[in-house]
Design a protein around this ligand. Structure first.
Ligand code: SF4
Ligand code: SF4
Length: 338
């Protein structure tokens, strides 16, 4: 079966206008943590914060699609709450339909919690496991768990993203059990280590261990969800059986842009600061480069039995073909347990 067909009917005399569906705003390079795999090397680079003026310039010069999504990330957005508030409000006025913030949840003040609740901002928290694991890879787990409780008690739904390393794999079921204690925890996403930034010398897990970890996590979630009003969803389950599985992500489709605090633009957060992937600036975007998008490897896809696969992460593939191959391990594991 050919999963990535060339469609003659997709080529029309009047090509579709270029639109950006996902804007990622990196609001600061500063962070309280020094995670061992941080792609931005946050804390090791000079501090720079994104100004509302630079954000406004990006909105003026980029072809943002109606109803696009804004993801606010960093560094740690919780360190610059006023900028987060200003940028989120600006984005709302600019027509963004969905706004999310990705936080390490180490320091979230009451105003921050009130803002995300009142403005209906989606919250993603980075957490790699229980304290014995997360303290090694990230740090300050007690503070994170205290803030998950505060989010939960305030009725704010949140998802958790876990970076898969050799060290975090085995603890995924324990992480799921921990999250099960928070009714507002809605999802777990698995982010296979990208060997870039501070993570460029971190060892990747083996395929066999990734498969086992996925099975163990799925079994634990099935047990949890039989006892839970709202399921705790494993986001990777949605990476197969996609109705229109033509691209892995908006960056592959040329419909994503990352705005760094300096105003420089890139197609993906993992590629920020790499000159060969620069796409101009908020003042002068290189729209042709953005539109080209990233190419994800398709080797093996034509004969693969995984149905409706979203494919491999193109920027993970740029960092390491071995890491990209683990994307396929996750898809196959998801198919096997269906
Ligand atoms: S990965 Fe996130 S939380 Fe960790 S150091 Fe980098 S910016 Fe901070
Ligand atoms: S699992 Fe890998 S080889 Fe199979 S379709 Fe998905 S990306 Fe292609």
């Amino acid at each position: 079966m050919h999963r990535w067909p060339f469609r003659a009917d997709a080529v029309s005399a009047t090509p579709e206008p270029h639109r950006i569906d996902l804007l990622v705003a990196l609001v600061t390079t500063e962070c309280q943590l020094r995670c061992r795999y941080c792609s931005m090397r946050a804390g090791d680079v000079p501090r720079e914060d994104l100004s509302e003026d630079t954000f406004a310039l990006a909105l003026k010069n980029l072809p943002i699609a109606p109803g696009a999504q804004l993801q606010i990330a960093g560094g740690e957005p919780g360190l610059v709450p006023e900028r987060v508030f200003a940028i989120a409000r600006h984005a709302r006025r600019g027509g963004f339909a969905r706004i999310g913030v990705q936080t390490n949840a180490v320091d979230l003040d009451d105003r921050f919690l009130a803002f995300v609740r009142e403005e209906k901002i989606g919250v993603g928290v980075s957490l790699d496991g229980p304290a014995d694991v997360n303290d090694f890879w990230r740090g300050r787990t007690d503070d994170v768990l205290a803030n998950l409780k505060r989010l939960n008690d305030a009725g704010i739904p949140f998802g958790v993203t876990t970076v898969l390393t050799r060290g975090s794999l085995a603890s995924l079921p324990r992480l799921a059990m921990l999250l099960a204690t928070f009714p507002q925890a809605r999802s777990i996403g698995l982010d296979l280590l990208r060997p870039v930034g501070r993570g460029d010398s971190v060892d990747l897990p083996t395929g066999a261990k990734v498969t086992k970890a996925y099975r163990d996590l799925s079994a634990t979630l099935a047990w949890i969800n039989r006892r839970r009003e709202r399921p705790l969803v494993l986001r990777e389950d949605g990476m197969i059986d996609c109705a229109a599985a033509d691209t892995y992500c908006p960056a592959e489709a040329g419909r994503a842009v990352v705005l760094s605090p300096s105003g420089a633009l890139f197609p993906c957060s993992s590629l920020v600061g790499r000159p060969e992937h620069a796409c101009g600036s908020a003042a002068d975007p290189d729209l042709a480069a953005l539109r080209r998008g990233l190419r994800s490897p398709k080797n093996g896809c034509a004969t693969c039995s995984v149905a409706g696969c979203r494919g491999r992460c193109p920027s993970r593939a740029l960092a390491s073909p071995k890491a990209a191959a683990l994307d396929c391990v996750l898809r196959r594991a998801a198919q096997d347990i269906k």
